[in-house]
Design a protein around this ligand. Structure first.
Ligand SMILES: Cc1ncc(COP(=O)(O)O)c(C=O)c1O
Length: 252
């Protein structure tokens, strides 16, 4: 089931009895959510932490993007607010390299055995020691302290470039958000444009994005798409957004 959201992310008041009565878990990404780039405001974090303290189900905080906070002013994680009641997921994929396949879980002790069992039965017996040791060697002397600000600044500049390009090239009726961190801009197209069809045309021009429809758990909005600004420089971002703008104009 999908929890109600707005431009600030998950709405805690929307977690009414109808949604939570038979819930098995609550999954949230408070920082720069994939796909929307939204960041959950402080008061909603406290509301979710309060819910986690009383809930009959685990509250999962997935936080792979938390370090990519452009202003360097992070909001407290749910874990830091309610340490005994949150299952917190982290990863080195967004700050070191996704190919390492190294992440971690911080969870209440009574869940540890179940989590190990779930990993062993559902994925693999264990994450390779080699990649774990590589991560350890890279981070143990503080490499991330210097590296994270570098990629933060790079992504912030590329995010700005994408927002400028959207402003220049998108026709009226297209809306997008201004992310405070992370890797994505969430774009809403005029209602009649199906981003899956747009994708088929844009990929022919070497412009890729992720159509928004598959991100919805219930009723999908097919006029949405996720744009990533992290892998190409500003000039290429501008060129790609210009091509997208032309395709969208042709669909309006
Ligand atoms: C929502 C979300 N969770 C987790 C991850 C990181 O996953 P992993 O550590 O398996 O690379 C990503 C990255 O793609 C993501 O978007």
């Amino acid at each position: 089931m999908q929890v109600p959201t707005d431009e600030h992310g998950l709405i805690p008041e929307g977690l009414d009895a109808a949604l939570t009565a038979n819930a098995r878990l609550l999954y949230a990404q408070p920082n720069f959510q994939n796909p929307t780039g939204r960041r959950l405001p402080l008061e909603r974090r406290h509301a979710l932490a309060a819910l986690a303290r009383n809930a009959a189900f685990p509250v999962i905080e997935n936080d792979p993007y938390g370090a990519l906070d452009y202003a360097g002013a992070p909001l407290p994680t749910l874990l830091s607010i309610a340490p005994d009641h949150i299952v917190h997921l982290g990863s080195v994929s967004k700050v070191l390299a996704p190919g390492l396949r190294v992440g971690y879980i911080i969870a209440p002790e009574e869940l540890h055995f179940k989590l190990v069992q779930a990993k062993q039965q559902a994925t693999d017996l264990h994450t390779p020691s080699l990649t774990q040791r590589i991560v350890y060697e890279v981070v143990k002397d503080g490499f991330l302290d210097g590296h994270v600000p570098t990629i933060r600044a790079l992504y912030r500049d590329q995010c700005e470039a994408m927002l400028d390009a959207l402003q220049r090239h998108m026709p009226a009726g297209v809306e997008w958000n201004r992310p405070e961190g992370g890797m994505f801009v969430w774009v809403k197209l005029p209602k009649h444009i199906d981003s899956m069809k747009l994708f088929e045309r844009s990929i022919e021009q070497n412009v890729a994005f992720v159509p928004g429809g598959p991100f919805f758990a219930n009723e999908a909005s097919h006029n949405t798409m996720r744009l990533s600004f992290v892998t190409v420089p500003p000039a290429t971002i501008d060129e790609g957004v210009a091509k997208l703008g032309t395709l969208i104009r042709a669909s309006v």
